[in-house]
Design a protein around this ligand. Structure first.
Ligand code: ZN
Length: 129
């Protein structure tokens, strides 16, 4: 029997995304009907509503669309939240750890990176190389 990368209908796309992320290789869904790569994880393609997809390695590059800085509160240090337009065509929200973002960061090229120190593993952004 060949191993299929297509998702059985009982699988939670969100759980699968996190499972793939934990391996250190972020993957996104690719619609088998129209070829769209999409995120957030979901059971059907947001474009053609097709329900058959496979998991493919994510293209890690994107461009900062917007950001905001969340001020420090109590023990919690300040941090940033970024919206990144990925080259694959979807938008992701995460953070650029340790970066002091200013207005000129809009349009900057960034690269997704797997942060295995967080629980659960998360995707963050760093300056593109
Ligand atoms: Zn589709």
């Amino acid at each position: 029997m060949t191993k299929s990368t297509s998702a059985p209908s009982h699988e939670s796309p969100e759980a699968r995304f996190l499972q793939e992320l934990a391996t250190g290789v972020p993957k996104v869904q690719e619609c088998q009907a129209c070829g769209l790569h999409f995120f957030q994880p979901r059971t059907h393609c947001p474009s053609c509503k097709g329900g058959v997809y496979r998991w493919v390695e994510m293209d890690l590059l994107g461009t900062i669309y917007s950001y905001s800085t969340i001020p420090a509160k109590g023990e919690q240090p300040s941090y940033n939240v970024v919206l990144v337009d990925m080259d694959e065509g979807f938008r992701m929200m995460s953070t650029c750890p340790g970066m002091q973002l200013q207005a000129d960061c809009i349009g900057a090229r960034v690269q997704a990176s797997v942060d295995t120190d967080s629980q659960p593993t998360r995707l963050v952004f760093v300056e593109a190389q």
